[in-house]
Ligand binder design. Structure first.
Ligand code: MTE
Ligand code: MO
Length: 524
């Protein structure tokens, strides 16, 4: 018989030897362990959904094609900006693998937020109890002897032998080192790299991303952490069943060794794993069954945590000037091509004449609605800022944007009605598809008035000191640096003050919200 299987078969006998393990697993330990397992599964599955929308990892914030250190797509991206768009890169995965699957990154991101909140809450309870009960001594190595011992243990496994049960007091050295790494190194790494993905956090505290060597390094570390968790989970579950299984399983289920109830322990653990997998799959299919309902429920569930964190942050990049001319990306990803002649004959007519006849319409709940030519806008006020664009798909790019602050623009149209709470920006460009399959409508987004009034919210007419080219949004494109890219409407034709975003479009806050199931609040 195989030595490992032999070890497993004999471990029941081992228990009757002198190495009976008197350690117990208290109930709190077993319960938090189970909850952790459920949420880790959700985090990994929704993480996979997010990765699928830009399956490339970089160590530079320019995301230059070809500079990936790892990618999960064969598509080669030409260095010509806009030839291959970020949207072309998106992959659709099966709901069996990803949460929810089928390229629903908006809902995947919502699930990731929910799972993060509960996983952290559970982790907090676990760590507090770990220290309160003294159980930390089982995990935290207290001598350097752990290293040679773990090495010996590894060699034992590599020879396909199991360490004797006597070495599990309660954990053998390798196991202790593994658990310590997962709990005290990998988990904190995931918790600190996560916020570096948020454009609101980076907009307000650019040093936070820089601390890791950039936002893409943080994203790569977050990915490596996930890979470590996945590998750990497979090896850990595998070893639980291979090495001294009766001992392990009765501990997990009953809290202590119980050679008389091994069968019951097996059934309980296997049934629990089956139920967890079924639950993960059910989450995907429930999410996909009614996308709008899922969008409302899932994003609402993350609202409370955003309210006490990212909602308080406004971008200060134009003041702090974290990036300089030399940081500007040589290649900037493009999402969505210039509107075609069929989509917008009007746009093409204006473009043909270099937008000399273009007039930006500013209207809605203001006392003096008006229209402005590009020259008129330039005369009102100009601001330049070098900022990092963050697309929720995962890529970033640094550019210098020049334009008029939305705040200065709104200063030109009289009084804003006190009931006006939102600013809507409409585009000449079209949505790619609509939620219910109806003919495509113009792209738009709504910003809360406060966000529109932030120092770094611009209608830009230039990128890197050149007039905007078509694909980057000529004649005007929105920049709101605390939000993800989907808020930054390109080819802007009009600005209007409205009471509430629920009164326009499908009522979700913009095109990517209506038809991509993102949230109106794009700060994370
Ligand atoms: N009109 C319009 N504006 C848009 C989009 C769009 O599809 N249509 N996509 C948005 C998204 S998701 C991103 S990430 C940015 C990309 O900006 P870039 O192409 O200038 O890099 O544009 C935003 N503005
Ligand atoms: Mo985006």
């Amino acid at each position: 018989m195989h030595p490992l299987i032999l070890a497993a078969a004999h471990s029941a006998a081992d228990l009757s030897e002198q190495c009976v393990d008197t350690n117990t697993f208290p109930l709190w330990l077993r319960v938090t362990h189970l909850i952790n397992f459920l949420f880790m599964g959700m985090l990994i599955r929704s993480g996979i959904e997010i990765i699928a929308s830009h399956p490339r990892f970089y160590l530079n914030d320019h995301c230059t094609p070809g500079s990936e250190w790892i990618r999960f797509t064969r598509d080669k991206v030409p260095m010509e900006e806009g030839a291959f768009t970020a949207r072309d890169d998106q992959r659709s995965l099966s709901p069996v693998i990803a949460l929810p699957g089928r390229a629903k990154i908006g809902l995947g991101r919502a699930w990731h937020g929910i799972a993060t909140s509960f996983w952290m809450l559970n982790g907090l309870v676990y760590v507090v109890l770990l220290f309160a009960t003294g159980a930390w001594r089982r995990l935290v190595p207290t001598t350097w002897q752990i290293l040679p011992d773990a090495w010996d243990s590894l060699l034992t496994y590599l020879h396909l032998r199991a360490p004797s049960l006597c070495d599990f007091t309660p954990y053998d050295a390798l196991q202790q080192l593994g658990y310590f790494t997962i709990v005290f190194i990998a988990a904190p790494l995931m918790i600190i790299t996560g916020p570096a993905m948020s454009p609101a956090v980076v907009g307000r505290f650019p040093w936070y991303a820089k601390m890791f060597g950039g936002r893409q390094v943080a994203r790569s570390l977050h990915f490596l952490g996930m890979a470590l968790y996945l590998a750990f989970a497979v090896v850990h579950v595998g070893l639980v069943f291979i090495v001294h299984a009766p001992h392990n399983l009765t501990h997990i289920v009953f809290g202590h060794d119980d050679p008389n109830r091994v069968g019951q322990a097996y059934v309980t653990v296997i049934a629990t794993i089956i139920v967890a997998v079924a639950l993960w799959l059910a989450q995907s299919y429930w999410t996909l069954a009614d996308l709008r309902r899922s969008q409302r429920i899932l994003w609402n569930a993350t609202r409370w945590i955003r309210r006490v964190t990212v909602d308080r942050l406004a971008s200060r990049q134009s003041i702090a000037q974290p990036w300089t001319e030399k940081d500007i990306s040589p290649f900037h990803w493009v999402n969505t091509r210039t509107p075609s002649r069929e989509e917008s004959p009007e746009y093409h007519e204006l473009a043909a004449n270099d937008f000399r006849d273009f007039r930006l319409e500013v209207s809605g709940m203001v006392s003096r609605p008006a229209t402005f030519s590009l020259d008129e806008l330039r005369e009102i006020a100009t601001q330049s800022q070098i900022t990092m664009h963050t697309c929720m798909q995962g890529w970033t790019g640094i550019a210098k944007w020049t334009g008029i602050r939305v705040r200065d623009l709104l200063g030109q149209v009289g009084d804003i009605a006190p009931e006006a709470g939102w600013v809507m920006f409409e585009s000449f460009g079209m949505a790619q598809h609509m939620h219910d399959g109806r003919p495509v409508e113009p792209y738009y987004t709504c910003l809360p008035l406060a966000m529109a009034m932030e120092d770094d919210t611009l209608l830009a007419w230039a990128r890197n000191d050149e007039p905007l080219s078509g694909m980057f949004g000529a004649p005007l494109r929105l920049r709101c640096e605390t939000g993800h890219g989907y808020k930054m409407v390109k080819w802007v034709r009009s600005v209007s003050l409205i009471r509430d975003y629920r009164e326009v479009g499908d009522g979700m806050g913009g095109t990517r919200e209506d038809s991509g199931y993102q949230d109106v609040n794009a700060r994370i």
